[in-house]
Design a protein around this ligand. Structure first.
Ligand code: HEC
Ligand code: HEC
Length: 376
């Protein structure tokens, strides 16, 4: 999956920040960060950080606790990254890396508003002041009539950019990543000025101001995909369906490496032999939605103890995996072993990335289509 649904982030973050500052009429004596959170919101963001992010980014945002997750303390990252780009990374993750998506829309545990607060909190922790212009006109939303914009687009743009924005002579304007990374004003500027030395004409003297606004608004409205509906989220297996191959015999994993790890080859062999077991996908739940080993149950590393209640305590093997390749799965298995009652637990040594790159199968969250092979 590519990062999607970005428009809201631009609007929520930048609109939110702009709104906050407009409300502060007289400048306070000591300047305070424009993105200051209420004490309660900051506490919640801090709690969310420990629960969802510390595993890889470290308890104190120092980075590299696992999976080479970058430092989230770095001022330059938080300054240069701009709220939208940081927010996008958190909301939708970085496909092909252990960084999953955390927004509920893709199956993650956080709401949009909570991610906005998280970005503000990270910036506040790093002592980052808003960039000059961040709240300025450069990031203002362009409003226009989307319906008119669609007509303008078909008449003036489709010949080069494609009827569905798929690209041709011109770039693919329906590319959600492109739209995600380009504020409205940037799009509008390209339309007005054209791109010197390329086939992109300047429309500033061809279309009216209103038409340019309309086609910009139309492009923005496509940022969730040219014909996008809402992503359908799949319902995880019910507790009664946790066990794969209910009538099979127990798997023979042989001796586990370090008393914990099973290799992809052995796990695949035992799954093909239809052995009885439970597979736990311990990544952020949005990654389970994207692709998982068939039959796996999403029990993310940040699950509360209640999530373990539905797991069988009758000696059935429980095999956990993550992207990391092992950090999240290790943390869940450690908790299962501490809690007791789960006699047979293991972690997939290679993680799901290794599993996929070795050519073992996964299924997409949406059962109707096969998963695109995850990028190794
Ligand atoms: C399973 C490990 C893991 C967890 C958990 C995780 N991240 Fe990440 N994160 C990563 C990795 C790895 C990268 C680097 C991805 C890349 O190579 O582009 C990353 C990248 C990022 C980036 C982009 C940084 C940059 O340099 O551009 C941000 C921002 C971020 N994470 C924030 C978060 C937040 C906030 C949370 C909690 C809600 C979180 N991450 C949870 C592993 C993780
Ligand atoms: C004659 C072909 C042609 C037509 C007609 C055309 N474009 Fe383009 N457009 C291009 C090309 C080629 C580029 C890439 C220019 C470059 O290399 O930077 C481009 C770039 C752009 C970009 C910048 C995208 C980016 O990735 O930076 C936008 C936005 C854009 N066009 C919008 C439009 C709109 C809206 C219309 C209609 C009002 C339109 N274009 C009509 C050829 C065209």
């Amino acid at each position: 999956m590519t990062p999607r649904r970005f428009a809201w982030m631009t609007l929520v973050l930048l609109g939110g920040l702009a709104g906050a500052s407009a409300a502060q009429a007289p400048a306070p004596a000591t300047p305070r960060p424009a993105q200051a959170l209420s004490e309660q919101a900051a506490k919640q963001a801090g709690d969310h950080y420990q629960r969802y992010c510390a595993l890889c980014h470290g308890r104190d945002r120092e980075g590299h606790a696992n999976d080479h997750a970058p430092s989230l303390r770095s001022r330059s990252l938080l300054e240069s990254g701009m709220p939208v780009i940081i927010g996008e990374a958190i909301a939708y993750g970085r496909p092909g890396t252990p960084m999953g998506g955390y927004v509920d829309e893709v199956g993650g545990p956080m709401t949009r508003a909570q991610i906005v607060d998280m970005v503000r909190w990270l910036r506040q922790q790093a002592g980052v002041q808003p960039l000059a212009g961040e709240r300025g006109a450069a990031f203002d939303r362009v409003t226009g009539d989307i319906g008119n914009g669609a007509v303008v687009y078909q008449r003036n743009c489709a010949s080069c950019h494609g009827a569905k924005g798929e690209g041709g002579t011109g770039t693919a304007l329906a590319n959600p990543t492109m739209l995600a990374l380009t504020p409205d004003r940037f799009l509008r500027h390209a339309i007005v000025q054209g791109r010197q030395g390329t086939p992109m004409p300047a429309f500033g003297s061809v279309l009216s101001e209103a038409q340019i606004d309309d086609v910009t608004a139309f492009l923005r409205s496509r940022s969730t995909g040219w014909t996008a509906g809402k992503q359908a989220l799949r319902t995880p297996p019910a507790a009664g369906d946790y066990v794969i191959n209910k009538n099979g015999s127990a798997p023979d994993f042989g001796a586990l490496k370090d008393d914990r790890y099973v290799s992809a080859a052995v796990l695949d062999r035992e799954l093909k032999a239809r052995r009885r077991m439970v597979l736990l996908d311990t990544r952020v739940a949005s990654m389970w939605q994207m692709a998982h080993i068939e039959g796996a149950v999403p029990v993310p590393y940040y699950s509360r103890e209640e999530a373990f209640a539905a797991l069988p305590r009758d000696g059935t093997w429980i095999v956990a995996y993550c992207e990391c390749p092992r950090a999240a799965a290790d943390s869940v298995v450690k908790r299962l072993r501490e809690e007791g009652g789960f006699e047979n637990t293991a972690v997939l040594w290679e993680g799901i990335q290794g599993w996929v790159s070795l050519g073992y199968p996964v299924v997409a969250g949406d059962a109707s289509k096969p998963a695109a092979p995850a990028k190794p």
